[in-house]
Design a protein around this ligand. Structure first.
Ligand code: GTR
Length: 337
């Protein structure tokens, strides 16, 4: 839903000018310390509010010198776009799902494996541990500074063709996935046909029948209005992949050591706030779906896991990736999503 081309173009032009050092004499590279940030979700979504919360902390700590301004609703382009813009310095920050990072950095793949996390509590334990820092730090080679990892809950399949109880029911269904080879492979492993489409174009593709369904978490199903154009939801919880909040290295390098510390601290403090907002958002979305005509089907996850599990070996190939996967598994068990 990127229908604000003017702000996007202006921002890109500004970034390109900065990158090329092509500023008019007398112009300072940064007119204010307000960091521009992008998000595919609408203004009231927990990820957007968490980045705004971070900005409020920064503003409080610096008497308004630093802050954040979030361009929500995909105004600045798809998540792949905003990652690219941030990496060349045209945007200070962006919040993306981990899947669009797969094509950029293989160390992001472990968090995107199906059934690798067994609960929200497990995912939170992992991202709060050194493993979270290791994965965020891997983005530095792509001129991105990882600031925080946010929740994204459990993802389920939904469609407007039929009830999905087992993988056999998925045969031939055209299902939208984020733009990532791993996402495509895991859906195709179930016998469905994966169709990579940017998040912001999914509603239209569903409404027009270009695809039969998609998969996502409860809040996205509601906030992106997918629930208005689907009939069947199956609780597969096949992914508990989190969200990444990153800063452009170019913007980071313009900060002095004290401000970098403040940015890191504010990002860190935004995580518990995000989780508080997130848990409330999930509960509300579940209520909205329960009150809708959508058929909600609990499923036996085992047959899904058995078919999807082989993609792990295809995408986890380096000793570094394997160490992350082993670390994740060693922290599992016990809690339910
Ligand atoms: C959502 C995620 C978005 C977007 C989307 C997707 O859960 O928060 O950032 O990536 O999934 O499926 O593309």
């Amino acid at each position: 839903m990127g229908n604000h081309p003017v702000s996007r173009r202006a921002l890109l032009a500004g970034g390109a000018a900065l990158a090329a050092g092509a500023l008019l004499p007398g112009c300072k590279p940064r007119l204010s310390g307000v960091f521009t940030s992008a998000d595919a979700h609408p203004a009231d979504y927990p990820t957007v509010r968490a980045v705004e919360f971070m900005g409020q902390l920064l503003s409080k700590w610096t008497d308004g010198r630093l802050g954040t301004k979030v361009f929500a609703g995909g105004q600045l382009g798809s998540e792949m776009d905003t990652l690219e813009i941030a990496s060349f310095g045209g945007l200070d920050m962006t919040r993306v799902y981990f899947a669009p990072l797969n094509a950029i950095e293989p160390m992001t793949l472990p968090f995107c494996l199906p059934f690798v996390f067994d609960s929200v509590a497990h995912m939170r334990r992992v991202v709060d541990s050194e493993l979270g820092d290791t994965v965020l730090a891997s983005l530095r080679r792509h001129r991105l500074v990882g600031l925080a990892i946010y929740d994204s809950g459990a993802r389920n399949f939904y469609n407007n063709r039929r009830t999905i109880r087992s993988p056999e029911d998925m045969r031939g269904l055209k299902l939208r996935v984020p733009n990532s080879d791993l996402s495509v492979a895991m859906i195709n492993a179930l016998g469905a046909n994966a169709v990579p489409i940017p998040y912001g174009e999914t509603y239209q593709a569903l409404a027009q029948g270009v695809i039969d369904g998609a998969e996502n978490n409860w809040p996205s199903l509601v906030s992106a209005r997918h629930f208005e154009v689907i009939d069947h939801l199956s609780i597969t919880e096949h992914l508990l992949t989190p969200e990444a909040f990153v800063m452009s290295e170019a913007s980071w390098l313009r900060l002095d050591a004290k401000d970098r510390k403040l940015v890191r601290e504010a990002a860190k403090q935004s995580v518990p706030e995000m989780r508080r907002l997130w848990d409330a958002e999930v509960a509300e979305a579940k209520q909205i779906i329960a009150a809708s005509p959508i058929e909600v089907t609990p499923v036996d996850k085992e047959p899904f896991a058995a078919l999807m599990r082989p993609v792990w070996d295809r995408f986890i190939t380096t000793p570094e990736q394997k160490a992350v996967v082993e670390g994740i598994l060693s922290m599992g068990g016990g809690n339910t999503a």
